[in-house]
Design a protein around this ligand. Structure first.
Ligand code: ZN
Length: 507
């Protein structure tokens, strides 16, 4: 069956449109997506008559000419069946390639993301499935839904260049199990609760007490052995010499020792749970109070290796502020100097990638990061794709955006608690002063942007008085009926994220 006959199929299905970039022929079977006028999307599978209908798929069959056509809902069962037949729809490990995490809280952003990656050129590899357990519980989605939504986007765009799936900010063995069951490939461990940020300002005496209390057995270590490893010779990482004195070492061990023991526990759990599969690990300590010094970075990497942990990517807490959805706040030159040392450590003790978490909209540090890491980098973005959806809605459905903004302002003070943001409610524009034409401008105003960013969970799950959703259904309907508008907004926004990294993704 050729593309001409795809058109023939569709002529028989009035009101349905073929999503052209999805048309895939594989082993005598044709697969493609069809859209109804109301935005409802289905998978079409056609096989020559006489061959058994593909029993894996659930759908409504119809016969005509020499073909059998199945029209299938985009269910988890049909996603699994498609993945089984088209191997490039399975996520894969990406090693040290330059990668970009493309978190998508709505499940509709992958087409726009992949178009941006394609248009940016180079060899950047996307991770279109990426969601933390925290974000999933805020949006009422499961690891499987996140994975399936990304896969349907990969299929829709005809993307065959590979991708990964990030089980982001995992905090417990139970989190790991849920994501292993779904086939994630990239596991981000977050031992942040075990990082003792207070060590930075603790007195030598207080440090000594906490040092004695470290979980030495779990660390398979002793105070004397640890001191002997670090205090005798400085660590050379390219042109940087990193020296430990007793206080530096105590501070590093007190601050990160418990986190290291916990990462080793998570790592060993994953190795067992995912035995026989391909997987890779990122370690993140980005969501902590104080920056990771170069000595602390050396300590973390050295100790994790000693305990048998292997990882492709590490997210230290960098200097300056990485607030959600807005540019880097801090001294860019100081950031680049510090990034240079982190990158030298990562090349020497790994090599592994450095990861930029809360990486959305950090335009001023992309070039310095690409330069210093020489492409050994993972850029992690998430909430900015939700903000782009709001931009799309601001144009198509101003009244909806206006009510979301009113609601977001009311919920900001509560919702901000678990995020690094500094927006002030009273600095954000008052809703009643805004004309429709002003609304897209909210996405350019610092305070309004952060307020809209951190309230996504409340907005998407708020119930209405009659037991329906306050915003969610209408929100999704606007995006589903205007997929090209949303994709176009994403492409513009993401090209600004990706281009600085492209030169390092080549080769
Ligand atoms: Zn993070």
């Amino acid at each position: 069956m050729d593309d001409y006959s795809v058109d023939l199929v569709v002529m028989r299905l009035p009101g349905l449109h073929v999503h052209a970039s999805s048309v895939t022929r594989h082993e005598g079977v044709l697969y493609f997506l069809v859209d109804a006028d109301d935005g409802q999307r289905q998978l079409a599978v056609t096989t020559p008559a006489g061959t058994p209908v593909l029993a894996d798929f659930e759908g409504v069959p119809s016969a005509f000419d020499e073909q059998t056509l199945l029209l299938c809902p985009l269910s988890a069962e049909n996603a699994a069946a498609l993945r089984k037949r088209l191997a490039w729809l399975l996520p894969a490990v990406q090693g040290l390639r330059t990668t970009v995490g493309l978190g998508d809280r709505l499940g509709l952003a992958t087409p726009g993301h992949l178009r941006a990656v394609r248009e940016a050129g180079g060899h950047l590899v996307p991770l279109p499935a990426q969601q933390s357990i925290r974000e999933m519980s805020r949006t009422g989605r499961t690891p499987q839904q996140v994975m399936d939504d990304a896969m349907w986007g990969v299929f829709a765009e005809g993307w065959r260049s590979g991708f990964g799936a990030d089980a982001d900010h995992l905090k417990t063995p139970q989190d790991i199990d849920r994501c292993v069951a779904t086939g994630y490939t990239f596991y981000t461990f977050d031992p942040g609760e075990y990082v003792e940020s207070g060590a930075d300002n603790a007195s030598p005496q207080a440090l000594r007490t906490r040092w004695d209390e470290l979980p030495w057995e779990q660390l398979e270590d002793s105070p004397a052995a640890l001191a002997a490893r670090y205090l005798s010779t400085p660590v050379r990482c390219e042109e940087h010499i990193i020296r430990f004195d007793e206080l530096t070492l105590m501070r590093a061990a007190v601050k990160y020792g418990r986190a290291i023991a916990y990462v080793a526990l998570l790592y060993r759990h994953l190795a067992q749970a995912a035995a026989g599969r391909e997987w890779e690990v990122e370690i993140s300590v980005d969501e902590t109070e104080t920056p990771t010094t170069s000595a602390e970075h050396v300590y973390i990497a050295t100790e994790l290796r000693r305990l048998g942990v292997r990882w492709v990517s590490l997210a230290p807490r960098y200097i300056g502020r990485f607030e959600k959805g807005v540019d880097y706040i801090g001294d860019v030159n100081a950031f680049e100097a510090e990034m240079g040392v982190h990158a030298a450590i990562a090349r020497t003790l790994g090599p592994y990638k450095l990861s930029l978490h809360s990486g959305s909209d950090k335009f001023s540090v992309y070039e310095p990061t690409a330069r210093q890491t020489r492409g050994l980098v993972h850029l992690k973005t998430a909430g900015t794709s939700y903000l782009e959806a709001l931009r799309t809605i601001a144009v198509l459905e101003p009244d909806l955006l206006r009510s979301i903004y009113v609601f977001a302002r009311e919920h900001y003070e509560v919702d901000r608690a678990s995020y690094h943001v500094s927006a002030l409610w009273e600095r954000a524009p008052a809703p009643n002063a805004l004309t429709d034409a002003d609304l897209p401008g909210l996405l350019e105003q610092f305070d309004a942007r952060e307020i809209l960013h951190v309230t996504f969970g409340s907005v998407l799950t708020a119930p209405s008085a009659d037991g329906q959703t306050l915003f969610y259904d209408r929100f999704m309907e606007v995006l589903r009926t205007h997929p090209e508008a949303y994709a176009a907004d994403l492409v513009v926004h993401f090209l600004r994220h990706l281009r600085p990294f492209v030169i390092w993704g080549d080769g």
